[in-house]
Ligand binder design. Structure first.
Ligand code: VTB
Ligand code: MG
Ligand code: MG
Length: 327
């Protein structure tokens, strides 16, 4: 136990990186058993249960900061829930046990199990509202894009910095009616739009490797919890991101205030979203551009996992083979 002469270390011990991979592997396998069954809730619940069991076996004193909702609406992994054996470092936990429940239920590309573990107090405790987001990969001058600039200006800035014309730029946007004007403006600016039906954590991560993904920037509005998880990954990979909560009803403003948010219009930079040492793990559930999905073989289960760590800036891709406890 921590005491004055032997204070608990700050940060997240790097040995937990492999433990996080085990957590998301187990959640992904549980969800993948329900792939293509058309039952989003069942797949989500299976991932939640698996993730919670694994997290409770870890030597941490964890608090869920980004979770499945409030205690009354989410029986497990609710915001404020204490996790872990209670004998290790104090950490904050952000989870999306099944990011892309619809993708999983329809067996479409891009469902993942994802979580982040950070130094206590360093993750934005975002309410489950929408967040306006913008992201670009590493290697650009600081402040190149901005939520308060127009999409046209942001595209021109990215094109200029890359030394190309706007027609060489591709923006990734969630395919939603609310984005009709945004999509039209991006196209009018000369850029191409890649639309995704779900999964903007991976969408933001795609901006970090434009030569592989073809994506130069992410624009638009998705969920705030996913924004914090994406920011955690971007802290590790590099790149730039901004987010702003959309608090457009009295109820949402009340929720934000309850969670300690004072400036309701605040524009958060990457280091405001995730301010301290963080580890992120994500395992593919369905096949996708970021990760391969779970493969069930007669004698083993195969998984693919990414583990990101901010302190060292490491990204590891782990192929897992699971031979016991396959039932
Ligand atoms: C967003 C996005 C997620 O679901 O939450 C989206 O951030 C839901 O948006 O990545 P709508 O309410 O417009 O459907 C995901 O795509 C998957 O959780
Ligand atoms: Mg979820
Ligand atoms: Mg999600």
């Amino acid at each position: 136990m921590a005491d004055a002469s032997n204070p608990a270390p700050r940060g997240v011990p790097r040995t937990l990186a492999l433990e996080l991979a085990r957590v998301t592997e187990r959640a992904a396998i549980a969800a993948a058993r329900l792939r293509g069954k058309g039952d989003e809730k069942a797949a989500d619940q299976a991932a939640v249960d698996a993730m919670r069991d694994e997290l409770n076996a870890l030597p941490i004193r964890g608090t869920v900061v980004i979770g499945e909702g409030e205690r009354d609406q989410a029986p497990m992994l609710f915001i404020g829930e204490q996790l872990g054996r209670g004998d290790g470092p104090e950490v904050d936990i952000a989870v999306d046990p099944l990011e892309g429940t619809t993708l999983c239920a329809k067996d479409m590309p891009g469902a993942i199990a994802v979580m982040a573990m950070a130094e206590r107090g360093s993750l934005l405790a975002a309410p489950d509202v929408y967040m306006q987001k913008i992201a670009i990969g590493p290697g650009y001058p600081a402040g190149l894009v901005d939520l308060d600039a127009s999409p046209t200006e942001n595209i021109a800035a990215v094109a200029r910095a890359k030394g190309v014309e706007p027609n060489q730029i591709t923006a990734l946007i969630l395919d939603r009616p609310r984005h009709a004007a945004l999509v039209a403006e991006v196209r009018a600016a000369g850029a191409a739009v890649r639309l995704i039906s779900d999964g903007d954590i991976a969408g933001i991560i795609f901006t970090a490797s434009p030569e592989e993904t073809g994506i130069d920037l992410y624009l638009g509005t998705g969920a705030a919890p996913e924004g914090v998880l994406a920011a955690a990954a971007m802290r590790c990979i590099g790149g730039q991101m901004q987010g702003r909560l959309i608090l457009d009803t009295p109820e949402r403003r009340r929720r934000a205030a309850e969670m300690g948010i004072e400036d309701l219009d605040r524009k958060y930079d990457l280091t405001d979203l995730v301010s301290g040492d963080v580890i992120v793990a994500a395992t593919g559930v369905t096949d996708g551009a970021l990760l391969r999905g779970v493969r069930f073989k007669p004698d083993r289960i195969q998984t693919e996992t990414l583990v990101y760590r901010s302190e060292a800036g490491t990204v590891r891709r782990i192929l897992g083979e699971h031979r016991r406890g396959l039932s």
